[in-house]
Design a protein around this ligand. Structure first.
Ligand SMILES: [Zn+2]
Length: 76
């Protein structure tokens, strides 16, 4: 009986840890330093300014330009 209680408790602790890990991942995992779009390294000064940057400057600029273009043309 004690074993079962202990096991149940352990599962709860593990679940809590897993949830914390997932929640933490969303906001606090720093960038890998590799651009997700082109696979090139992200500029060091860019990472310094934003350790969570997911894209290199070129890809970020491109994404921004594309977003601006979409805004200018507007959705049809
Ligand atoms: Zn890139």
């Amino acid at each position: 009986m004690d074993d079962i209680d202990l096991a149940a408790e352990r599962v709860e602790v593990l679940n809590a840890a897993a949830i914390q890990a997932v929640l933490g991942k969303v906001e606090t995992v720093p960038s890998t330093g590799i651009c997700r779009a082109c696979g090139e390294g992200i500029e060091a000064d860019r990472l310094k300014a934003n350790p969570y940057a997911r894209h290199c400057r070129d890809c970020a600029d491109e994404a921004e330009a594309r977003a601006k273009m979409a805004r200018r043309c507007g959705p049809r």
